[in-house]
Design a protein around this ligand. Structure first.
Ligand code: SF4
Ligand code: SF4
Ligand code: SF4
Length: 419
């Protein structure tokens, strides 16, 4: 297999195809700290793309309650276990060496096996095919009450109860990561899966696909799904007509996807980043995604050790146990939480941009405002300024303007009771 450079791992890794990169990459930052688990994102994707016969169990966007929830059931635990067994067989102790962190390796260097490196002789990617029953409950342990207890209508005289979350939980919102090195694409014997040159969105050619389900088996995030009625596989399409600016509302410029644009928690920021020939993100400090992922490093990839270089980044939750979070987001967790807990002046302004406009923001500017609050966070002084952040679309037109302090509108006395 050829060698490709994976900047999440800080090293080259093997992949079935030689390195080739799109000019732009579809990417997003999801702020776990703000998600309210309302599933509006999930519903919007379903209402747009997966409402037909044969797609009943398909949730291209899902929100699962960690640590128990997972769709399909136990997907991450199962993949981690497979990797663990592969490491034991190879006598490798997987570790991150954060001391080797650099511009090309922001999280340091990972010495463990990726899923392509750990694959067996007759497969391109280490994986498993979930059983049909595992797709049934999009958020098992959150929306499933106690089992059948007998009696009329199967209702329990004790009432229903959820398994207790002992001390903590958080919502993990997931879509296809439109990976730089997609495992689904690597595993497809029909070469039916491709990554678009113009935006890096990963699609399945429905004409070429023969439904072998190799992509379903290979995708570690389990975001490729089989449809029984058409006998081919399907996955999140990154709402590509909106990204292309073809949506009637878009005014000809790229728009955020459906699941991003509807989020009432304002936890999502979606955009396109410029990619250099070597696969790195082109330096662009005033692009909100570049600023959050590469400069502030508060948003991290999901299970980077799988080796697909996923393009959805997460601001980790402040309250969950750190070892659990380090396993999920890599060694950048402590730095990310520290920065998020006491945000810099610029970061606080950029965080206001989440889901404020349906159009993608390609550039921001900040107009400085007055000091409004002084506090101490983790023993250090911290100041808050009422700056104004301005977002610009692909044609560099202003599309949004917000202050850090939300304006307060007082209702006039004569309309005190009206809506
Ligand atoms: S719509 Fe937003 S807040 Fe609601 S579950 Fe989805 S990501 Fe969370
Ligand atoms: S998340 Fe899965 S389906 Fe999506 S591009 Fe990556 S490997 Fe393919
Ligand atoms: S990007 Fe579009 S297709 Fe993908 S999960 Fe979100 S709404 Fe669904």
């Amino acid at each position: 297999m050829p060698d490709v450079y994976n900047w999440h791992l800080g090293r080259t890794m093997t992949y079935p195809y030689p390195e080739a990169h799109p000019t732009k990459q579809f990417a997003a930052v999801f702020n776990i700290n703000r998600c309210i688990g309302c599933q509006t994102c999930t519903g919007s994707c379903k209402a747009t793309w997966t409402f037909s016969r044969g797609q009943e169990y398909m949730w291209w966007n899902n929100v699962e309650t960690k640590p128990y929830g997972s769709y399909p059931q136990h997907w991450d635990v199962k993949v981690l276990q497979l990797l663990d067994e592969a490491h034991q067989a190879a006598g490798v102790q997987p570790q991150w060496d954060h001391s080797q962190a650099s511009e090309q390796a922001p999280y340091g260097v990972y010495n463990g096996l990726t899923l392509t490196e750990a694959s067996g002789p007759n497969e391109q990617v280490l994986g498993y095919l979930p059983a049909e029953s595992e797709w049934r409950s999009p958020n098992f342990y959150e929306d499933t009450s106690t089992g059948y207890k007998g009696g009329a209508y199967g209702l329990s005289p004790d009432g229903a109860s959820l398994p207790e979350h002992q001390a903590w939980f958080f919502y993990l919102m997931r879509i296809c990561n439109h990976c730089t090195y997609p495992a689904c694409l690597a595993a497809c014997p029909r070469k039916a899966i491709y990554k678009r040159e113009e935006d890096g969105i990963v699609l399945i050619d429905q004409e070429r696909c023969r439904g072998y389900r190799k992509c379903v088996q290979a995708c570690p995030y389990k975001k490729s799904m089989y449809r029984g009625t058409t006998q081919v596989s399907e996955k999140c399409v990154g709402c590509y007509p909106r990204v292309e600016g073809a949506d009637p509302l878009s005014d000809g410029v790229p728009m955020e996807t459906r699941c991003m644009a509807v989020c009432p928690g304002k936890i999502r920021l979606n955009g396109l980043v410029d990619v250099a020939e070597d696969g790195s993100w082109v330096e662009n400090p005033k692009h909100p995604l570049y600023f959050l992922v590469r400069m502030e490093q508060i948003a991290l990839p999901l299970y980077p050790q799988f080796g697909t270089e996923p393009n959805i980044y997460y601001i980790p939750p402040r309250w969950a146990p750190r070892p659990y979070l380090r396993q999920m987001f890599g060694p950048g967790v402590d730095h990310a939480i520290e920065r998020y807990t006491a945000p810099s002046r610029e970061l606080l302004a950029v965080l206001q941009l989440f889901r404020t406009t349906q159009k993608m923001i390609f550039r921001y500017e900040i107009e400085e405002g007055p000091l409004v609050r002084e506090a101490e966070i983790n023993g250090k002084p911290w100041q808050m300024y009422n700056d104004t952040v301005i977002g610009f679309d692909a044609k560099d037109r202003e599309i949004v303007r917000l202050s850090v302090v939300e304006p307060l509108h007082e209702r006039p006395m004569e309309r005190l009771n009206s809506i």
